[in-house]
Design a protein around this ligand. Sequence first.
Ligand SMILES: O=P(O)(O)OC[C@H]1O[C@H](O[C@H]2O[C@H](CO)[C@@H](O)[C@H](O)[C@H]2O)[C@H](O)[C@@H](O)[C@@H]1O
Length: 525
Amino acid sequence: MSVTVDAGLHHAVLFDLDGVITDTASVHFAAWKKLFDDYLARLPPGSAAESSPFTEDDYRRFVDGRPRYDGVDAFLRSRGHPLPWGDPADPDDAETVCGLGNRKNRYFHQRLRTDGVRVFDSSVALVRRLQDSGIGTAVFSASRNCGPVLRAAGLGELFDVRVDGVVAAELGLPGKPDPAVLLEAARRVGAHPAHTVVVEDAEAGVAAGRRGGFALVVGVDRTEGTGHAEALRRLGADAVVPDLAEVRLRPRAETLARIPHALRSWDAAAGVLRGRDPAVFCDFDGTLSEIVPVPADAVLAEGLAPVLRRLARCCPVAVVSGRALADVRDRVDLPGIWYAGCHGFEIDGPNGEHFEYEAARDALPVLAESAGALRDRLATVPGALVEDKRFAVAVHYRNVEPDSVAEVLAAVREAGDRPGVRITGGRKVAELRPDIDWDKGTALWWLLDRLSDDAGRVLPVYAGDDLTDEDAFAAVRDRGLGIAVRGGQQGDRPSSAHVAVTDSGELQAVLTRVAELAESRGTGR
Ligand SMILES: O=P(O)(O)OC[C@H]1O[C@H](O[C@H]2O[C@H](CO)[C@@H](O)[C@H](O)[C@H]2O)[C@H](O)[C@@H](O)[C@@H]1O
């Protein structure tokens, strides 16, 4: 089975060390086995401990992937022979958890010196491919020997970020299956867990990846036929591979045409949402509505009202439009959701909240004057349409003869050459708006803060089609899911969306899946 790391959705990959990058799992196993077999064999007759030899199953269940002393403790308890914890400074012949752990470490280093470290070349090759593609990489390990092992393997420089047993002890991070070490690695590499992949061979590590809400958890099982792969899947691995040569890399799509299709790549997209509460933001024209020749004729596309209502019952929903607030409100006309008009300069909430961007009011006189001047100036250009939206003026040229478009754009440039306003573009439209650092992306984060008591837990999903939606796609790029609606546009437009759909029909299917996920979280409101 192969699995794909998608550079568009996955911004970092975290690798466990032992058994994933280096073959030190076998060195650890041998050291543990010597420790426990010798120890159990020397217990006095009559001891209540179950003293059969340490097995691979014991290794996987009790010590693999866990901090050293936790492993000693867990295994001895499983044999009915708990020991006092002791102190990390205990000598390695002390009969304490720490003493036995220190002895295991001595055996491990002896083996490392005699046997050396075998490296999984395909794993190192994958790390280098990811790095060449601009994907962040980090190594994590419960082991305090991570640094020495990497150096012994000649890989001391491979990873910029390393979170190992030494770091975990310094920060007081609990061991796997708690996700703390993995979350710290993601934080240090600068990636949100929703956009991060975890690669692990240990059961505790796979469980930690799942609990940490990572986008994709790849299990590694090099022990065909032992049932280990099934255990990894049961604990939440999305895929289990026998070797990292099976991991494919899809480069980040730079243009609209190349962005992966949301429905065909749904498993990867759902990884971003898994374990999180979504908040859904939708643009209107070209997204919830088909593009039509005359703006006044745009209506909510068939089938979208029911899914928006369904979403609004289980998660926050906002329509974020370039249209004037009242205009978009009337066209969507659904209760219980937020409406942002004029690219977010004016916002209404479902419970009577109203917001206008204060500083943008200074630009209103210039905008009103410009709307009048543009109407006069373009009155003689057939098809030109000036839409005064108060916080913006849109000049449409969809119905203008191609030869006259330059004249329309020149008029907009002239009107926009005044302090306090700036010009932006869209689908056959040029707009004047307040020259303020406020757009659909900044409005989205402002809204997110108000939509939920715990904005950190919420994952924004943004669907849009136009250039102005790119501000929002960029805003959710590192933490969220951007869905571009292609709608027959030129495919060579650069886009920051993660996935794409063809039209509003497919958007309806994607939003339905988002609703299903939100409902399964039981966040009914
Ligand atoms: O942010 P949106 O909700 O997508 O609004 C963007 C602009 O949409 C409208 O114009 C666009 O849709 C029209 C109807 O389909 C189409 O005729 C026009 O060519 C498109 O540019 C709206 O009229 C504008 O005010 C919005 O800025």
